[in-house]
Design a protein around this ligand. Sequence first.
Ligand SMILES: NC(=O)c1ccc[n+]([C@@H]2O[C@H](COP(=O)([O-])OP(=O)(O)OC[C@H]3O[C@@H](n4cnc5c(N)ncnc54)[C@H](OP(=O)(O)O)[C@@H]3O)[C@@H](O)[C@H]2O)c1
Length: 254
Amino acid sequence: MTKRVVVTGASSGIGQATTRRLVAEGWQVVALARREDRLKALATQLGGACSYQVCDITDEESTQAAVDAILAAGPVKALVNCSGAARGKDPVASASLDDWRQMYELNVLGTLRITQKLLPALKDTAANQGGGTVLIISSTAGIEPYEGGAGYCASKSAERIMARVLRLEQIGQPLRVIDIAPGMVQTEEFSLKRFGGDRSKAASVYQGVPSPLTADDVADCAAWALAQPDRVDIDQIVVRPRAEGSYTKVFRQS
Ligand SMILES: NC(=O)c1ccc[n+]([C@@H]2O[C@H](COP(=O)([O-])OP(=O)(O)OC[C@H]3O[C@@H](n4cnc5c(N)ncnc54)[C@H](OP(=O)(O)O)[C@@H]3O)[C@@H](O)[C@H]2O)c1
């Protein structure tokens, strides 16, 4: 039976790399994000193994419509939650409430919303032999908070806790819950969006770091975890570039 997976955040970065990788491994992938032009181009490149759904996971109606359309087309064995963002890097004392709100709406509530809606289908063993998997791409920011990162770190910590508690609550059910927490990953848009399009600020994140992780490195981890037999639940993977001991201990070449 062909395995079908929904990948959120598939229009760029880690989600796009994960989509490509899972298609290469024989999955049918539903690529989900808001930007249709990018999803369409990806699906065209990948051929019949990739379809797409335009969806804003912070919006109830949009997410319900996407989930309805996905399930009408067939069963879903896995959900890979890659949609997410950081906004700003300001101290708690002066951080923008709007930045925090956007991160909570997307990283925490958006991930929760689509996970809740797909959960019954993921656990439907009549349609999915062996059961299903929820995978969340959280972050090492959810493990080790840093100055200026309180809003993002808190939202990523919430995602990690969501994964952990969901796993506890679903014990005995045909569901695996996997949390992958990457450190520094150099993707095209993540830091640029964090700093409101400021290219020099975005570039400074990776300045002098010999080899940050790539989106493909994280996609490898996700594909490996998903490829394990259904009885094997890879609870957590923490993956960083060799040059990064922690967010505040990064080797940089001058
Ligand atoms: N880059 C890093 O250093 C790093 C490290 C650790 C963890 N992470 C986490 O990994 C995930 C992916 O990061 P990335 O570097 O690949 O970032 P990215 O390239 O900016 O990708 C973010 C994705 O989220 C989608 N998205 C944003 N708002 C959305 C919404 N309302 N509804 C649906 N999709 C939405 C975007 O697509 P549209 O704009 O088309 O909707 C995009 O595809 C994020 O959760 C991030 O927190 C990143």
